[in-house]
Design a protein around this ligand. Structure first.
Ligand code: PRP
Ligand code: ZN
Length: 285
C-alpha cells in the first residue's frame, strides 16, 4: 500500500498554515517523538518537516512526492517539478529595498551597486532583463541587516507585512515578483500515489472554497424576493422558505467573501432584514 510523502516547512512563515490545511482536510497525525517526519493515522500520507529551501530539490528527487512552499522558493530553485495547486495563503512579494534616506531613481539606481539576497537566481534574471550590472551578495538569512553593517547597498528579500524593512530602516523600491503558497509535485508519481493526491486535492479545494465563501440567511418581504435573488446567485440558486408571518420568507444562499460587504449593502437597500452570515466549514462543488 503506497503512502504519499508530503514535505512542509519545518519552521517559518508557512509551517503553521501548512499543518493547519492538512488538519482541516481531516487528516490526523501521530504526534511522535521524531521532529523530522510523522504519519497520518487516517489517510495514507506521511509528512516530512524540511527547510523550505530544500523542498524543490527533494520533490524533484522524490525524497518527497509533493511539497507545500512559497512560489518564491519554487522560482528561485527552478527544479524540474510541477506546480499543482495555488493555496491562497502566505501571500508576499520579493522586493528590492534600500536605506530609507536614499532617493530611488529607477532600476538603474542599482548599476554597479552591491545587493544582498537569498534569491540570487531571480535577482540576476531581474538585473539581466533591465540591463543592469550589479554585484549580488548571496546570504542565507537576516538579509535585512546587510546595508546597516556595510555589507551591501541594498537588499532583495521577501516582504509580507513590511515590518522587517521598517525596523531595519529600509524602504521598498521595486517588486520583482508576487508569491503565495503552492503545492508542487514530482513529475513521475506512480498511479497509486496519484490517486491519493487526487483525493487530497479534492479535500484541499473544498477547504479553500469554504474559506472563500460565506453562508447567508435573511428575511425578506415576498415582494423583494426577485430583487434579492438577483443580488445573491448562490451555488445553483438561493433557497426560499416561507415564514409564519404572512408575506415574508427566509432566503438562504452563499456569498463570496470578497463581494461580501458590497452585497450586504445592496441587500439592505432591497429590503432584507435579520441578515445572518455564517462561516462554511467545507464546500463541495
Ligand atoms: C521573510 C523575510 C523577512 C520576513 C519579512 O522571511 O526574510 O525576514 O519574511 O516579513 P515581514 O515583511 O512581515 O516583516 P521568510 O520566512 O520567508 O524566510 P526564511 O524561510 O528564509 O526563513
Ligand atoms: Zn527558508
Amino acid at each position: 500500500m503506497s503512502v504519499l510523502k508530503i514535505a512542509i516547512q519545518k519552521s517559518g512563515r508557512l509551517s503553521e498554515n501548512s499543518k493547519k490545511l492538512l488538519e482541516e482536510c481531516g487528516i490526523k497525525f501521530y504526534s511522535g517523538i521524531s521532529v523530522l517526519k510523522t504519519t497520518a493515522s487516517n489517510f495514507p500520507v506521511e509528512v516530512l518537516f524540511l527547510r523550505d529551501d530544500d523542498i524543490p530539490q527533494y520533490v524533484e528527487q522524490q525524497v518527497a512526492d509533493i511539497g507545500i512552499l512559497g512560489e518564491n522558493m519554487v522560482f528561485e530553485k527552478n527544479k524540474d517539478v510541477d506546480i499543482i495547486e495555488k493555496l491562497g495563503f502566505a501571500n508576499c512579494r520579493l522586493s528590492l529595498a534600500i536605506p530609507k534616506e536614499e532617493k530611488y531613481t529607477g532600476p538603474h539606481y542599482f548599476m554597479n551597486k552591491k545587493v544582498a539576497t537569498s534569491y540570487p537566481k531571480i535577482l540576476s534574471d531581474f538585473f539581466l532583463r533591465n540591463n543592469i550590472t550589479a554585484e549580488i551578495e548571496e546570504i542565507s538569512g537576516s538579509v535585512e541587516i546587510a546595508p546597516g553593517i556595510g555589507l551591501a547597498d541594498g537588499i532583495c528579500d521577501i516582504v509580507s507585512s513590511g515590518s522587517t524593512l521598517l525596523t531595519n530602516g529600509l524602504h521598498e523600491v521595486e517588486t520583482i515578483l508576487k508569491s503565495q503558497a503552492v503545492i508542487i509535485g514530482n513529475k513521475n508519481l506512480i498511479a497509486e500515489k496519484q490517486e491519493i493526491l487526487a483525493k487530497l486535492l479534492f479535500r484541499i479545494r473544498s477547504v479553500i472554497n469554504a474559506k472563500e465563501n460565506k453562508y447567508i440567511l435573511l428575511n425578506a418581504p415576498e415582494s423583494a424576493v426577485e430583487k434579492i435573488c438577483s443580488i445573491l446567485p448562490g451555488m445553483k440558486s438561493p433557497s426560499i422558505l416561507p415564514l409564519v408571518n404572512k408575506g415574508w420568507c427566509s432566503i438562504h444562499s452563499v456569498v463570496k467573501e470578497d463581494q461580501f460587504w458590497d452585497r450586504i449593502d445592496q441587500l439592505r437597500e432591497a429590503g432584507a432584514e435579520g441578515i445572518l452570515v455564517i462561516p462554511i466549514e467545507k464546500m463541495i462543488l
